[in-house]
Every structure is written in C-alpha cells, then in structure tokens.
Design a binder for this molecule. Structure first.
Ligand SMILES: N[C@@H](CCC(=O)N[C@@H](CS)C(=O)NCC(=O)O)C(=O)O
Length: 211
C-alpha cells in the first residue's frame, strides 16, 4: 500500500494527500513532526535523502517531490486526473509547474514571514513579503482568466494541476492573502474545499494545529 509522509501545516505536502483522496486510493499517511526535526532523522533520510515532506513509499520504492508523487500515483492507478495522452499530460504538467513555481513559491514567502516566523520567534523579512505579494499580483490574474474560460485549469475536468492549485492556496487565511480581486478563483476554491477529497482531510488549513 502507498504511504504518504506529510505534515498538515506544510501545504506542498498536502497536494499528494488531496490527490490520493481524489483518486480514491487505498493509502496510508503519516505525519512527520517537522517541529521536532523528524525530517532529518536517519530513518526518514532513507525515505527522502533531502529531508523534506512530502515523501512516498510504495513497498521498497521511495520518492519525494509533491508533483512527482501525484503523477506516480495517477499512473499507478490509471487516474483520469492524469490521462495517458501526452499532450493532455503536457498541459497538466505546464499548469502544475506554473502553480508550483509562480503561485506556491510566492505564497510560501508570505506564509513564512506572516505566520511561521512570528510563531517560531524568527526574523521577519518584510521585503520577502512584498516580493511574494508582487508575484501573486502578477500571476493570480492568469489563473483568474483561466478559470473564467474553463471550469478547471486544463478544461472541463479536474486534473492534478487543480489539486496543486488548491494546495498552493491553502494558507489563504494564515498568510492573510486577499483573493477578493479574483472572484472566479474564490468561488472555485470554495467549491473545491467542499469536495470530499478536501473535507476528508480537514475542514480548513491548520485545523489539525488548532489554528
Ligand atoms: N519542492 C518540494 C517542496 C517540499 C518542501 O519544501 N517541504 C518543506 C515543508 S513545506 C519541508 O519539508 N521543510 C522541512 C525542512 O526543510 O526541514 C515539493 O513540492 O514536494
């Protein structure tokens, strides 16, 4: 059985968890205690040598990287979220990469400095927040346009790219993101967060941490 290693406050690690739920996989999940440094334990470094969540174990086989894990699970299960057609896959890969490189990384800057750093008593980098918000201002309109033209990022059916987008925007509240300029995206997110792939995991981001 596939085992997913994750942490509920690590939004990159939620995308394979949401994907496993959406695909209806028989899988198990295990929280890696990031605050206690479990990701750097010798046992975990065997699973992911660079000590990050998420990671996946399927029998003796292990791998890391959220998008790669999603694709592995989709291929293994023949999921409709990543069809066999290489052009369909190319489009899904493009939008997954766009989300992770241009949306999620910007959200991470804001989330770290507005939420994680104050929680840990670490230095807050205000310039990084400004940079992250600037990236979001440039890139969220592209998502808004896409969701105005289609029901999902790659057309009329949900794919792995949409799951990546839901995960990327998990810190909406904790990072105090203002998504009101993007009404299509806001309605789309609310709809996705009411689906069982999401509600089976939590009611909202941070619920497991009492946030
Ligand atoms: N590119 C990776 C990012 C993974 C990542 O940055 N994980 C962070 C949590 S959000 C982590 O495990 N950090 C722990 C550490 O660096 O010690 C992916 O998409 O899977």
């Amino acid at each position: 059985m596939i085992k997913l290693y994750y942490h509920p406050i690590s939004f990159p690690s939620l995308s394979p968890v949401f994907a496993a739920e959406a695909m209806g996989l028989d899988y198990e999940k295990e929280v890696v205690d990031l605050q206690a440094g479990q990701q750097r334990s010798p046992e975990y470094l065997v699973i992911n040598p660079y000590g990050k969540v998420p990671a996946m174990q399927d029998g003796d086989y292990t791998m890391a990287e959220s998008a790669s894990i999603m694709r592995y699970m989709a291929r293994k299960s023949g999921s409709e979220f990543y069809p066999d057609d290489i052009q369909a896959q190319g489009e899904i890969d493009q939008w997954t990469d766009f989300v992770n490189h241009h949306i999620r990384s910007a959200v991470a800057r804001v989330q770290f400095n507005r939420f994680v750093a104050p929680m840990l008593g670490a230095d807050v980098d205000k310039a990084s927040v400004t940079t992250g918000l600037g990236f979001l201002e440039n890139n969220l309109p592209i998502i808004e346009d896409r969701l105005s033209a289609h029901n999902f990022l790659c057309g009329d059916k949900m794919t792995l790219a949409d799951i990546a987008l839901v995960a990327a925007l998990e810190p909406e509240k904790t990072a105090r993101l203002d998504l009101s300029p993007y009404p299509k995206l806001t309605a789309w997110l609310a709809a996705r967060r009411s689906e069982t792939f999401y509600t089976n995991i939590h009611s909202h981001f941070g619920a497991e941490m009492g946030i």
